[in-house]
Design a binder for this molecule. Structure first.
Ligand code: PRP
Ligand code: URA
Length: 209
């Protein structure tokens, strides 16, 4: 069964409180999203497998360890997921980046796909799918299905704010995918927005409100 990791850290809670405030403008919102993505990425990568390597320091030879295998791919769900990519790339600069474009139909709230470009070897990588908001869960479920259709078997989903409805939907459809979130909020409203949430993440990042 997929695990829900609520990443608790005073700095994340503090930064997220500023982001939630409706008075916070786009520049601060973007900067904070990037910072939180990096802090969450630190937690998400805590159990990456290591392998022994032999190197030479200026003083002597030594056996030490480095991250094993083909490393990572970061896949943002467009648009809002883009705001989390640079924070993760600060941590793992060699990661490849794929993109999945989805928007929610305003009437049905169902995701509509408009773009997909993924690294050719993505099926050999640990994939971190990122999107600040997990609301109904429709977008995350579709993006995860797309990644699995491309052969990905090792996927984690990282979001900033989640609703119980979205968590349940992702866990039911993709029980092998762990979810990392900075906050589990109360519910969805009648427009399928997260309550209390932070509003429309894409609009707040890009100033399109
Ligand atoms: C938002 C958000 C998620 C989706 C979450 O994107 O960034 O992708 O809604 O909702 P769900 O869990 O109910 O599917 P939106 O459709 O507003 O597109 P945008 O990022 O381009 O603004
Ligand atoms: N998408 C957002 O950007 N915010 C929500 O609260 C729900 C979906």
């Amino acid at each position: 069964m997929s695990e829900l990791h609520v990443v608790n850290h005073p700095l994340i809670t503090h930064k997220l409180a500023i982001m939630r405030n409706k008075k916070t403008g786009s520049k601060d919102f973007r900067d904070l999203l990037e910072e939180i993505a990096m802090l969450m990425g630190y937690e998400l990568t805590r159990d990456l497998p290591l392998e022994d390597v032999y190197i030479e320091t200026p003083i002597s030879k030594m056996k030490t360890q480095m991250v094993k295998g083909r490393k990572l791919a970061i896949v943002p769900i467009l648009r809002a997921g883009l705001g989390m990519v640079d924070g993760l790339l600060n941590l793992v600069p060699v990661a490849k980046v794929g993109h999945i474009g989805l928007y929610r139909d305003p009437e049905t709230h169902l995701p509509v796909e408009y773009y997909c470009k993924l690294p050719p070897d993505i099926n050999q990588r640990l994939v971190i799918l990122v999107d600040p908001m997990l609301a109904t869960g429709g977008s995350a479920v579709d993006a995860l299905t797309k990644l699995k259709d491309r052969g990905c078997t090792n996927i984690r989903f990282m979001c900033l704010v989640s609703a119980p409805e979205g968590v349940a939907k992702v866990q039911a459809a993709h029980p092998d995918v762990d979810i990392y979130t900075a906050a589990l909020d109360e519910k969805l409203n009648e427009n399928a927005y997260i309550v209390p949430g932070l509003g429309d993440a894409g609009d707040r990042i890009f100033g399109t409100i």
